[in-house]
Design a protein around this ligand. Structure first.
Ligand code: FMN
Length: 327
């Protein structure tokens, strides 16, 4: 093996390690990397799909998309474009992408640094609304992946809040969804996945409350003093409902989230509105029938003086990255 090829292989391996930090639905981390020559293959791990919350595997593919984008950000920080072929084999739909080191370019670590700072922050944000310039930047980040970011207007917030509330009620009454939530909020520490009470907040009175994760264990993160009044709600949409677009939406979610983190903002996704089919349809109507909602998110200015949200656990490289010759 030439030193050049060796360096190329090391680079994609590093990128798949950085991608371990990617966000995923209920921290299921439903992916597996397989190093194959100078490519890293990203595989969807269907054994981690949530039967109740995500029967079609959309959020699983969105989660794989965030991992794919994190890997491209790591390559960019090392001074390379990413050569990506998405869903390369129709006979193997779980092969989400092949990624390799592309052309050399000026290294850019702007988003890479945000990988290690980004958290799901479910606490109420402050009174100040994210500025128009940064919201434009987030729209541009979404559009880089062929998706669109709709910022919920003031006159739409009530309808959006009612969609979130309806989704919450529908999910509360669904035994399979409660089972998913219970299973993934009570994982063993050794599993290194799932949502820990250390990152969930008790209910505070606010227009739109985050999903209730605390069916079994009380929330342990202090909510702080934020009013959530300045919080912006955004909806990421795709043109068609198909697997390639769920992957693209995940890449966009990662790009938007890392960008807002790098700009000092914080966020948490609201995916229950796309998990309940009737609510997804209502949300599409709210958007005037343009685009299909892929995920929603609350974005805000974190309250000063609050401790950072503790980092959530991740599986190890040994568990998620297969070397050549391994399955
Ligand atoms: C597709 C997707 C859907 C998510 N849905 C929600 C949600 O509805 N509510 C929520 O609070 N967090 C949601 N999250 C955030 C995950 O719970 C979070 O990424 C995971 O627990 C890891 O924590 P971290 O983001 O702090 O690293 C979602 C993340 C992804 C990628």
């Amino acid at each position: 093996m030439t030193p050049h090829l060796r360096a190329e292989i090391d680079q994609v391996a590093e990128a798949s390690i950085a991608a371990l930090r990617a966000p995923s639905i209920l921290n299921t981390q439903p992916w597996r990397w397989r190093l194959a020559g100078n490519n890293a293959e990203l595989w969807a791990d269907r054994s981690r799909r949530l039967d109740g919350i995500d029967p079609d595997g959309r959020l699983l593919l969105l989660s794989c998309g965030t991992a794919l984008h994190h890997a491209t950000v790591a390559l960019l920080a090392a001074g390379y474009d990413a050569g990506i072929v998405r869903l390369p084999d129709p006979d193997r739909p779980d092969l989400v992408a092949r990624i390799r080191q592309g052309r050399q370019r000026t290294a850019d670590a702007f988003l890479y640094r945000a990988i290690y700072q980004r958290r799901t922050d479910r606490r109420p944000f402050g009174d100040t609304r994210p500025g128009d310039a940064v919201l434009d930047e987030l729209r541009a980040a979404a559009e880089r992946h062929g998706t669109h970011l709709h910022v919920v207007r003031d006159d739409q917030v009530t309808a959006f809040a009612s969609a979130v509330a309806h989704a919450g009620e529908a999910e509360h009454g669904d035994a399979r969804i409660r089972e998913d939530l219970l299973a993934w909020t009570t994982r063993d520490r050794d599993d290194r996945d799932g949502v820990s009470p250390r990152s969930t907040v008790p209910d505070t009175h606010r227009t739109i409350a985050p999903r209730d994760f605390n069916l079994a264990r009380p929330a342990a993160l202090e909510p702080g003093t934020g009013s959530d009044r300045g919080t912006a709600y955004v909806i990421l949409t795709v043109e068609e409902e198909e697997p390639s677009n769920w992957v693209a939406a995940g890449e966009a979610l990662s790009d938007v989230w890392l960008t807002l983190t790098a700009r000092g903002l914080a966020a948490s996704p609201i995916s229950e509105v796309v998990e309940v089919p009737a609510v997804r349809v209502a949300l599409r109507r709210l958007l005037g029938g343009v685009g299909h909602p892929a995920i929603a998110m609350r974005v805000g200015v974190p309250v000063d003086d609050l401790e950072p949200v503790p980092p959530s656990v991740r599986r190890s490289g040994t568990d998620t990255i297969g070397l050549p010759g391994q399955p």
